[in-house]
Ligand binder design. Structure first.
Ligand code: GDP
Ligand code: MG
Length: 162
């Protein structure tokens, strides 16, 4: 069985963009309107000659009541089924109440969690990424999923964890 990397986080933070970056294809649907990703979609990926599965999540309505619970539930599923978890946060927006709620769930995780500070398109946003230390999940890994900045280092870290 291939190791599973789950990508979780609230809508619109760039999960599907990151998944496409990881799999090297454009199969995960990226949308400006949150909520287009089906509940869980699994793709095969490899990095540095190692194969693994990467799971995109989503499927929430943009104005769904109980978004926090839905995202927290997704994190809960990931903790039980994945071998490593990427929690993706939008570094430009900063930590929202939903991000805090998910982080609270994931702080109890026995499965390794890597905190990803996405949308760090250039060095000016690095400080915003550092602010995400407040989520209590260790060092935020600054990346730009759409530009590819930092994603190689992130995948090296993922493979060291899987
Ligand atoms: P998801 O809902 O978490 O799967 O987010 P998506 O991958 O669908 O992306 C939501 C929006 O954020 C889209 O408009 C993306 O183009 C944009 N986005 C994703 N990653 C980045 C990034 O690294 N930088 C910037 N500036 N925008 C991004
Ligand atoms: Mg998505």
């Amino acid at each position: 069985r291939l190791p599973v990397l789950a990508v979780v986080g609230r809508p619109n933070v760039g999960k599907s963009t990151l998944v496409n970056r990881i799999i090297g294809r454009r199969e995960a649907v990226v949308e400006d309107v949150p909520g287009v990703t089906r509940d869980r979609v699994t793709y095969e990926a490899d990095w540095a000659g190692r194969r693994f599965l990467v799971q995109d999540t989503g499927g929430w309505e943009p104005d769904a009541k109980g978004l926090q619970q839905a995202v927290a539930r997704q994190a809960d599923v990931a903790m039980r089924t994945a071998d490593a978890i990427l929690l993706v946060v939008d570094a430009v927006v900063g930590a929202t109440a939903t991000d805090e709620a998910v982080a609270k769930v994931l702080r109890r995780s026995k499965t390794p969690v890597i905190l990803v500070a996405n949308k760090v398109d250039d060095a000016r946003v690095e400080a915003e990424a550092a602010a995400l230390w407040s989520l209590g999940l260790g060092e935020p890994q600054p990346i730009s999923a759409s530009h590819g900045r930092g994603t190689g280092d992130l995948l090296d870290l993922v493979l060291a964890t899987l």
